[in-house]
Design a protein around this ligand. Structure first.
Ligand code: MG
Length: 455
């Protein structure tokens, strides 16, 4: 096999366990490489609420200053707030210290450009090259960068989100919202946003805590039972939960049913496209075909990318697409900033529900067609991957797409997607159909194909 270039960046920035897989020296060196890539500052730097984040953030400030960049320190902010600051407050780029939804021991760095979006994949490799070749710029005593605090990033974020919705319409509804930031970074922004939009607010897990003692940093249907229960008990209009760094949001309706990101993404897409018919929505190959039905109704187009939010964001910019989403609850709105944003998604959802004037569950059942999904993952030996994907390709019937892995449409409403994980030695098998049994049968069939080709 040909030598593979050593990688630091994964699907979403650089991730590691501080003090175990990498140390603070690594963060200083990587930040010097980032500063070198940007050719100096000013840079904006923020961090999430993890226990290791302040130490890593200080190391990143040192590295950026060492490369000659001036640094504005935002402190503890949600990732989308840092990204908006990079775009709207005159910075050359930004660095966010975060491991998003990963368990508490993890941390990482995310690098964003002057448009607020994560730097393109090829530029990640440029930064890696500088790092591995030790080609960092090291400023001398005359040109070393300076640091200053930048306390207005959260305020800028909340004002920015509100400027893109009809605040009067939302406030007029006086929604009761149960909010669960999961002890993560949205604790410092989302409750104030909801308050500014006239919501009556009930919060749970709303104190920042790097151990994530409430429900962990990843919102899933299993971890949101407390949120669902609180919505039912309080008679609230909706519930919303965020991941550790506040870029993903998962909602539950007034009956306490947790809605996966496919459904809520389609509901918001339907609302946005109603106002901008004929526009474009971007999503990855793995999300529901419901979006094609919604888009068709609004005369809009759907563009599918590889799995990964950066691919969606960058494609939105290229195609000037108004909206993008992932099935994990990451929604992106171009007029604001085309990155996953829990706050913007919440505000759009509130405006959508205010405009529809019906209960959340009704809004979903009126606007979003119902499909059924099944999922599985199969551990594999990476050396067998090529053989496995060949076997999957041979078994794929009907219309076959190869945007990311192999996706085969077995009938008009049924597809199966077999995709190798980018980070772990496993293959994911997803299926969707208009019947639950058909989706499960498809997954079982392809799990068998993957298993027999693994041997
Ligand atoms: Mg996240």
């Amino acid at each position: 096999m040909a030598a593979v270039q050593q990688r630091l960046f994964g699907t979403n920035g650089v991730r590691f366990v501080p003090g175990v897989s990498h140390d603070l020296d690594f963060v200083i060196g990587l930040s010097e490489a980032v500063g070198t890539y940007f050719g100096g500052g000013p840079m904006i730097l923020g961090h999430d609420g993890r226990n290791s984040s302040p130490a890593l953030s200080n190391a990143a400030v040192s590295g950026l200053m060492s490369s000659g960049a001036d640094v504005a320190e935002a402190g503890l902010v949600p990732t989308p707030a840092l990204q908006l600051a990079a775009k709207s407050m005159g910075f050359k780029g930004g660095v966010m210290v975060t491991a998003s939804h990963n368990p508490p021991q993890y941390n990482g760095l995310k690098v964003v450009g002057p448009d607020g979006v994560e730097v393109p994949r090829l530029d990640e490799q440029r930064i890696e090259k500088v790092f591995f070749e030790r080609a960092q710029t090291r400023a001398d005593w005359k040109s070393v960068g300076a640091a200053r605090p930048e306390p207005s990033v959260v305020r800028n974020y909340i004002n920015g989100v509100i400027s893109h919705v009809n605040a009067k319409l939302v406030s007029g509804r006086r929604f009761t919202v149960v909010m669960d930031p999961g002890n993560g970074a949205q604790c410092v922004a989302a409750p104030y946003l909801a308050d500014a939009l006239g919501c009556k607010l009930i919060t749970i897990n709303s104190v920042v805590d790097g151990d994530f003692p409430g429900r962990g940093p990843e919102p899933t249907p299993d971890t949101l039972s407390e949120l669902a229960g609180a919505v039912r008990a309080s008679g609230a209009d909706l519930g919303v939960a965020y991941d550790g760094d506040g870029d993903r949001s998962i909602f539950c309706d007034e009956e306490g049913r947790v809605l996966w990101g496919d459904q809520t993404g389609c509901l918001i897409a339907d609302y946005v496209l109603e106002k901008r018919p004929g526009d474009t929505v971007v999503t990855s190959v793995s999300s529901s075909q419901a979006i094609e039905v919604v888009a068709k109704r609004r005369g809009a187009r759907v563009f599918r990318t590889r799995v990964g939010s950066v691919d969606i964001s960058r494609t939105m910019l290229e195609r000037r697409a108004v909206f993008g989403f992932e099935e994990n609850g990451g929604c992106m709105y171009l007029p604001h900033i085309p990155v996953r944003d829990g706050g913007m998604t919440t505000a759009l959802m509130l405006e959508c529900l205010a405009a529809r004037g019906v209960a959340f569950s009704k809004a979903i059942s009126f606007s979003v067609p119902k499909y059924y999904q099944a999922k599985a993952k199969v551990d594999i030996d990476r050396n067998r991957l090529e053989a496995i994907m060949k076997a999957v390709g041979r078994e794929a019937r009907g219309q076959v797409e190869r945007v990311d892995g192999v996706k085969a449409w077995t009938d008009e409403h049924s597809w199966v997607l077999v995709r190798p994980s980018g980070t772990e030695p496993l293959v994911r098998v997803f299926a969707e159909s208009d019947g639950q049994e058909r989706a499960e049968t498809l997954v079982k069939k392809f799990v068998k194909v993957v298993r027999s080709a693994s041997r």
